[in-house]
Design a protein. Structure first.
Length: 367
């Protein structure tokens, strides 16, 4: 086993004294959590709503919780939902958990986001919804996807786990579609111990918000003091005060943190010599940065020897035992990417010398 003092991590959160102070203040307050969504949770929701310019924002305890609740709003039981196989497995799991049928479509070779023609070929008379995944922080072609959804009377639930701060068509992701689901996992651009959020944009947003508030707190509704009612099933999905407090401080510096990520991505794109790599787009938030290498196993071993952590985001979902018999169309791009993709360190704590080291060794070892 190799032990290196100066290991370069794949992901790291950006924390300073402001996060430390608010956590200590919350601990001392002895008010750490409430399913009613008050205190710092409400403050975070309001600030995030202003940030993305959504009609409503409802905080939950993970991106998975956000997806699960969002899909429960549109009744996908025995209906098909189109999604990419190149995503974290939660994207598909939440379809199954809501009684739906996942249908895997291929991705665009340049962005690794859902490919429009593959979506069209995947639509049947059982299709109910599309889940575009803004992969790595790169926005999907929402203009075309919205056009497809309107033409076929389909719902859109966006997986924006990677896309906090991403801009599409001059508006932040979170302001375009019916339901947009964010993750605030510690490795994400806006980091918390645990956290997620659903942004809602709909003429009935107030009614939908109340439904989500109930679903995230075990179905509790119409609460007055200690009295309340339950009229549908819910889960224990509410965000705690410590996560919300950290989130408030993270949000204050999110734009500056994303700008640092963009500078790193620009260097990677300009200086890394592999043929296929993540493009540089100024509106991308760059949760991660990917390259494709044919010698992935050896490449990752060599990078590890040099103290550089790498990742593989992701093993395609359709290759897991649970999903091997599920519907999928021609996934040629996904199959290739799944065997070759490597993610390089991407976080705001990287020094100039570390970035130089990552680029130099990538160029030396990648084939």
């Amino acid at each position: 086993m190799i032990h290196l003092k100066n290991k370069i991590n794949l992901f790291e959160p950006n924390i300073d004294k402001s996060e430390e102070k608010i956590v200590l203040d919350i601990l001392r307050s002895k008010f750490w959590a409430s399913g009613s969504g008050v205190g710092n949770v409400k403050k975070f929701e309001d600030k995030f709503k202003k940030y993305v310019q959504a009609d409503e924002c409802l905080a939950v305890n993970s991106g998975t919780a956000a997806l699960n609740i969002a899909l429960s709003l549109i009744n996908i039981k025995n209906k098909e939902v189109i999604l990419p196989s190149l995503s974290f497995v939660s994207t598909a799991n939440c379809i199954l958990m809501n009684g739906g049928i996942p249908v895997f479509a291929d991705v665009d070779p340049q962005t690794l986001c859902l490919e429009v023609n593959s979506i069209k070929k995947s639509i049947t008379n059982k299709t109910k919804a599309i889940i575009p995944v803004h992969f790595g922080g790169m926005s999907c072609d929402m203009k075309e996807i919205i056009k497809i959804s309107k033409a076929n009377n389909l719902m859109i639930v966006e997986d924006a786990a990677h896309a906090t701060g991403t801009i599409y068509n001059k508006k932040k992701i979170g302001s375009h579609g019916f339901a947009v689901c964010f993750s605030f996992h510690p490795v994400k651009n806006l980091a918390m111990p645990t956290g997620g959020l659903i942004a809602i944009n709909d003429k009935n947003h107030e009614k939908i918000a109340k439904k989500i508030q109930s679903k995230r707190w075990c179905g509790i509704t119409n609460r007055i003091n200690d009295d309340y009612d339950i009229n549908e099933i819910g889960d224990n999905y509410y965000m705690n005060e410590i996560s919300a407090g950290i989130g408030i401080k993270q949000l204050e510096k999110l734009n500056s943190m994303n700008n640092i990520r963009k500078k790193i991505a620009k260097r990677y794109f300009s200086e890394i010599e592999v043929e296929r790599k993540m493009p540089f787009v100024k509106d991308c938030s760059y949760h991660l940065y990917w390259i494709l290498v044919k010698n992935r196993k050896k490449f990752r071993e060599e990078m590890k020897k040099k103290g550089i952590q790498t990742g593989t985001h992701y093993k395609p979902i359709h290759t897991f035992s649970l999903y091997q018999n599920k519907n999928r169309k021609n996934l040629l791009v996904t199959e290739t990417v799944g065997k070759q993709i490597v993610t390089l360190p991407m976080h705001t704590n990287l020094s100039k010398s570390e970035i130089h080291k990552i680029i130099s060794y990538t160029n030396r070892f990648a084939e």
